[in-house]
Design a protein around this ligand. Sequence first.
Ligand code: GDP
Length: 215
Amino acid sequence: MADAALFTPEDLEAGERLVLRPWQFVKGVVALDGLPDDGWTEVAFAGRSNVGKSSLINAMVRHGGLARTSNTPGRTQELNFFKPYDDPLYLVDMPGYGFAKAPQDKVETWTALIRAYLAGRPTLRRVFVLVDSRHGIKPPDRDIMKMLDATAVPYQIVLTKADKITVPELAAVKAKTEAELSSHPAAFPIVLTTSSEKGSGMEDLRATIAALLKN
Ligand code: GDP
């Protein structure tokens, strides 16, 4: 169910029109000079490895295989760009972070690319930072939130896997997360709750993206 307090029926409809359509993989970017330069609006998805990022992107666009591309070996350290066929919009699947076994040099390469991308991308309108609703915000999430605050890139926390906890537990983690956000200047104050398994929260996510493109 959509959160009726957040969006009008027209917003929700605009979200469906924009997001529920065929998307295509455009490119995987490993260095700044590979970034698209057409000035299109971008929304990005970030989160710890295994947070449910691929599942969420696939559920949001209702295209089971879309984000799989980013999980194939060799693709995981890239910024993966997708576009809907006929709108000036990119969805950017950022590499998962906080993977304990990642070699140090990989982590440094990733951090340098992400920092440079976030610092110099005026077309990037929002980063959705995915957080597992069972765990809440963890230190690796705080690292990227600090980076986003420092680069003044607007971001919004999206709780994933909401079906894995009870409704009161979800309400509690949402409230706790929103309380923490008050000290983060670039954070959007409202946290979205989602389950890719159940499809919940997807309407809100679609409407949020449509609203960003409209403005
Ligand atoms: P990624 O590494 O962040 O792209 O994570 P994936 O999308 O590959 O998901 C990691 C694991 O979590 C997989 O086993 C998924 O089936 C599972 N998962 C993802 N989203 C959900 C969800 O909403 N509910 C449940 N129960 N499991 C999920």
